[in-house]
Design a protein around this ligand. Structure first.
Ligand SMILES: C[S@@+](CC[C@H](N)C(=O)[O-])C[C@H]1O[C@@H](n2cnc3c(N)ncnc32)[C@H](O)[C@@H]1O
Length: 374
């Protein structure tokens, strides 16, 4: 079967150009010549009951989906969680533009996944300048890259340690979220080099940050747009902390005017709150009979918990919380702090990474708003 991908790719490229997500000649050329379906021959789609259906890209509707600005899950685990995906093409091109990479520079990508973004890098920079690591999927990515004539340096392993045997790199781009910037990445970056990564102290809180290295410090601002990458996993480690017994209470009741969807609607104060309560706080939803979320739940390793109903009245949503860590109070506190600081946007916040500490700042690196673990 002849795959009619070129007209579809051209329409998608025009759409991303119009949205300002694809700008420079280098990335225009790379994007417009790289077939995504080669890297996403199969993807998973969620049905109405939350189950996953495997879709093979061998018919026009599936091809339309692959050539749309959509993230596609390419692997799901036995619990139904997505463990690899091909990110939204517009997010990839936005990140590649932000990376500000020049010909001749060496790039390390963390999170090879399908190999699609690796192919874009190879197309723009030449494969000998491209290095990529993933905990899995590398064999399939290599085959697809070879089919297009690319032989970048690929490795299977935990990207938290970078690829020390091939350092230094001029650019490090992570397409997987990290709770803080790993020290190895700064070590393996050349002076003047750039790290672009999604920093998320927990799965729902954080954003892309662009850091430039000077001496042994990497520093820069968060990006104005919002990105959501899946969290890094580490072979041999359980992804989530073992939940403690739920604190028996009694629970206190209050109301909140902050949406239970605050992680989406108020991402900056939510990020600050999550830095306060710690990365091991788990966030979930209770679902109603129609599989739609009805209550947000937070739970901490010390057994503390909070629940926020999602069907609030004009007075706000009901909150119940118990245990030594007042989880929702931390969220309310961060909201009040953010409001009194004039509701700063993402790009007013920055991150400084030193060998022994990292901190989040507002407007200027000396104005520390949170210390990061790490
Ligand atoms: C959003 S996908 C990457 C998308 C990819 N760049 C593409 O173009 O298809 C995230 C990837 O990060 C990988 N990952 C998770 N933990 C990792 C780790 N510790 N080191 C390296 N990669 C990791 C996952 O296996 C997954 O393939």
């Amino acid at each position: 079967m002849t795959v009619e991908w070129k007209p579809r790719l051209s329409v998608l490229a025009d759409e991303l150009t119009a949205k300002g997500k694809l700008k420079t000649a280098r990335w225009q050329a790379a994007f417009r010549s790289t077939p995504r379906h080669v890297f996403v021959p199969v993807y998973f789609e969620q049905n109405d009951t939350g189950g996953w259906e495997r879709v093979t890209v061998d018919h026009p509707a599936a091809l339309d989906t692959v050539y749309s600005n959509t993230a596609l899950f390419t692997d799901v685990d036995e619990h139904g969680a997505g463990v690899s995906s091909s990110s939204m093409p517009g997010l990839m091109t936005r990140m590649l533009e932000l990376l500000d990479v020049r010909p001749g520079q060496r790039v390390l990508e963390i999170g090879t996944g399908t190999g699609y973004n690796t192919a874009l890098l190879c197309s723009a920079l030449g494969d000998r300048h491209v290095f990529s690591i993933d905990v899995d999927y590398v064999a399939a990515a290599r085959e697809r890259l070879v089919a297009l004539g690319y032989r970048p340096t690929l490795a299977t392993g935990d990207g938290i340690g970078g690829m020390p045997g091939h350092a230094p790199f001029d650019r490090i781009i992570a397409t997987v979220a990290v709770p803080h910037i790993p020290a190895a990445w700064v070590d393996q970056l050349a002076d003047g080099g750039v790290i672009l990564a999604d920093v998320k102290p927990n799965t729902t809180a954080g954003n892309l940050v662009v850091l430039r290295k000077r001496g042994d410090i990497a520093e820069g601002r968060f990006d104005s747009g919002q990105a959501w990458f899946m969290s890094m996993r580490h072979p041999g480690q359980s992804p989530d902390p073992v939940p403690a017994d739920r604190h028996p209470g009694p629970a206190t009741h209050s109301t909140t005017r902050l949406s239970a969807q605050a992680w989406k609607e108020q991402p900056v104060p939510w990020f600050l709150a999550c830095l306060d309560v710690g990365r091991d706080v788990q966030i979930g939803y209770q679902l109603g009979d129609d599989h739609q979320p009805t209550t947000l739940t937070l739970s901490a390793p010390d057994g503390s918990w909070a629940e926020v109903d999602m069907d609030g009245s004009t007075d706000g949503q009901e909150v119940r919380q118990a245990g030594p860590t007042r989880l929702w109070d931390a969220v309310e506190g961060a909201l009040a702090e953010w409001e009194s600081a004039g509701q700063p946007k993402w790009d007013q916040l920055g991150l400084t990474v030193m060998p022994d500490k990292q901190w989040v700042w507002l407007d200027d690196p000396t104005n520390v708003v949170r210390r990061m673990a790490g």
